[in-house]
Design a protein around this ligand. Sequence first.
Ligand code: SF4
Length: 258
Amino acid sequence: MNQDQDQDQDQDQGQDKKVPLIELFGPTIQGEGELAGQVSYFIRTGGCDYRCFWCDSMFAVDQDEVHRNAEWLTPNEILQKFRDHTKTAPIHGWVTISGGNPAIWNLTDLVGGLRIDDLKVAVETQGSIAAGWLDLVNLITCSPKGPSSGMVDKLDLNVLYEYYGRWRRKLIFKIVIFTKKDLNFAESLHAKFPDIPLYLSAGTPLPASGRETKEEAQQKVLLSYRYLATEFLKRPRLHDARVLPQLHVLLWGHAKGV
Ligand code: SF4
């Protein structure tokens, strides 16, 4: 069975199906998209149906790394772990479920429990799967991948139209920009969904050697942001979008769990 079949099957499984939990942390500052600058907790699941060239979360994508790093828990067990993590202090802000692509899993019980706890739940996904439990979340950050990712051929507009039809009142698009072709992609998507808020996020190149100081990462964030801002300003059709650097990298480099 290949990974896609495996993931399709996972979607169909009941809530006792275990999910690879990669990390659970917070409070921290959300670094991208509509909640940038706001307090959020993070729950990161493993596994993804994409393999973007510049993915900065391969520890949550690569199958070997997922199997090495993950704690396999049911959605209810993840909920309990979150409650344990936050039991000493009242929670303010959001809970963001990220990945990988969390939409490959059935997280109904996790999200339902967080909502019962009166928490606001955001999810980050590239928009390849219209998982039913997205009905329950407060905000969907959908991040279709442009040409620089190497995954643009996997884009299924029918799924994005389904997102639009079902969830447009709580849907935003966030597109990571490395190149002018990515900006062309963003323009084209924005023309198809003009009423969906669009956030452009300056992509930060990963270090070729795998090692980098925080200061080097911060310098790259600023250079990438300057490049994006300069190119963005030449494109009036995008001027109702918001343009942001990856604030979390600016703050902490590529460190995990912050
Ligand atoms: S969709 Fe996101 S998590 Fe998956 S490979 Fe691409 S950047 Fe990484």
